[in-house]
Write a protein that binds this ligand. Structure first.
Ligand SMILES: NC(=O)c1ccc[n+]([C@@H]2O[C@H](COP(=O)([O-])OP(=O)(O)OC[C@H]3O[C@@H](n4cnc5c(N)ncnc54)[C@H](O)[C@@H]3O)[C@@H](O)[C@H]2O)c1
Length: 441
């Protein structure tokens, strides 16, 4: 077929890809064990768009639907090396056992790989995660020194594992809520702040700074500010490095961004959405602290407004009561239960209710996102796509966007945007779904 689009120049995949995970807890160990099982043919990469997704190219009559991984020059899952930091010394096997996500059979099958995962010492400050008391942490006089130590870790990892490219994904605990302050407004102010130990610089931002300084893409799986500040965006642009975040979209918020676009499309009104859930993993324990919960709450609450756009449709969405609760309930471990009570109304204002009871597994939903983000961020870096990668909003509860631009939360628009970006990178035509050509118009 002929195409009017111009292909992007993508540097070829050359050598191994290093994935550096900050935090070796439930998500990270589930990701590592799953990747091992996929490589050994014990399971398929379920939930991963890069591995199992297909992409339509050209007209519907062209019948071109390659797998995403065959269409794009992505790193192969056989050429990945993984490293991690944590603030506890447990190796991956011990950490996975404590996380309690995997069955004994899956845990034992992944044991050789997980046992080799000795974490690097983390950068930690309890002010930011009240419920944890890290014992395996770096020490330094200034935040700049911490950043330098992290850069040394990265270089050592790259050398020892022989990787040619590296990406970093934040899979560590949610830090306490923080607003942007002066130190975040420019790279110059931020670098001064590192030297002066500015209290507004969180550990996550020090990891992100270290990554970006070395031109390593950074994806933020938690809701903290981290790379979403002018200072770090400036650094990302300067070192031509992709960034994205925030907060993996799994569980209840995933359901919300699947259901709400449907109500909006069919012009069904919404008067209330009450979401509550119970979970008992370490993430739940951390979120039991009001500061960490506030970060999460902000991220979870924002989605409905931009999907429903009450300002455009006040009769349907102008008066919504939206509440989100997270309850730490240890007996459930990683197997979360999320309840949603949704009050909608239809023709002549008649009320209706929808109840969702999602018995989900947080880390099972999040692990494939880590894989996709790592592979897509590596692709973006090789395509010289620097700064905020809004096309990866698909993976996040609180997508990072340019200043002044509202984020797109609708999962289906996000999917279209992601796939159109992949077509754009490879010089394929965008798909508009207009379809006139099939009717001779
Ligand atoms: N599982 C999901 O569905 C989901 C969805 C969205 C966001 N998240 C976020 O992803 C993150 C990871 O989730 P999880 O379930 O794996 O949590 P977890 O508590 O099992 O693991 C987090 C790990 O990070 C470590 N850690 C904390 N601070 C650190 C630091 N400064 N440096 C290095 N390591 C540090 C902890 O010791 C722990 O081992 C959390 O912030 C969570 O809120 C999870």
């Amino acid at each position: 077929m002929t195409t009017t689009a111009k292909p992007h120049t993508v540097k070829p995949v050359d050598g191994k890809l290093g994935i550096l995970l900050v935090g070796q807890g439930a998500i990270s160990t589930t990701f590592i064990a799953g990747l091992d099982a996929i490589k050994k043919g014990r399971t398929k990469a379920i939930g991963s768009l890069t591995q199992m997704g297909t992409i339509r190219l050209g007209k519907r009559t062209d019948n071109r639907h390659p797998l995403v991984k065959d269409f794009l020059p992505l790193a192969s899952i056989n050429d990945i090396e993984i490293g991690a930091w944590d603030i506890f010394e447990d190796n991956g096997y011990v950490a996975a056992k404590k996380a309690g996500v995997l069955s004994d059979t899956d845990l034992e099958a992944a044991r050789p790989v997980l046992e080799k995962m000795t974490p690097m010492r983390g950068v930690f400050d309890q002010h930011w995660v009240k419920r944890l008391n890290g014992t395996y942490v770096k020490s330094a006089k200034t935040k700049r020194e911490y950043a330098e130590q992290l850069m040394d870790d990265i270089k050592r990892f790259q050398k020892e594992r022989g990787v040619t490219r590296t990406v970093m994904v934040w899979c560590a605990s949610t830090e306490t809520f923080t607003e942007m302050s002066d130190v975040h407004r420019s790279l110059k102010a931020f670098e001064k702040g590192l030297e002066a130990n500015d209290p507004n610089i969180a550990p996550s931002t020090i990891y992100a700074y270290a990554a970006l300084k070395l031109g390593i893409p950074f994806a933020n799986g938690a809701p903290g500010l981290t790379v979403d500040t002018p200072a770090l965006i400036e650094l990302a642009n300067e070192t031509r490095t992709p960034i994205c975040g925030k907060d993996f979209k799994t569980g209840q918020t995933l359901m919300k961004t699947i259901l709400a676009p449907g109500f909006r499309a069919r012009l069904l009104g919404l008067s209330g959405w009450f979401s509550t859930n119970i979970l008992g993993n370490r993430d739940g324990e951390v979120l039991d602290d009001p500061g960490s919960f506030k970060s999460k709450e902000e991220s979870k609450l924002s989605v409905l407004d931009t999907i429903l756009q009450p300002e455009l449709n006040p009769d349907l969405y102008g008066n919504i009561c939206h509440k989100v609760r997270i309850n730490y309930y240890p007996p459930r471990g990683d197997s979360k239960e999320g309840w949603d009570n949704i009050d909608i109304f239809g023709w002549m204002g008649y009320p209706m209710q929808i109840k969702v009871d999602f018995l989900c597994r947080d880390s099972i939903l999040a692990a494939p996102l880590v894989l996709d983000l790592a592979l897509f961020m590596d692709l973006a870096k090789r395509s010289d796509m620097r700064g905020i990668q809004e096309w990866l909003s698909f993976y996040f509860k609180s997508p990072q966007t340019a200043e002044g631009l509202y984020p797109e939360h609708n999962l289906f628009i996000q999917e279209m945007k992601l796939k159109n970006t992949l077509r754009y990178i490879m010089g394929e035509d965008q798909i508009t779904h207009l379809g006139n050509e099939y009717y001779g118009i």
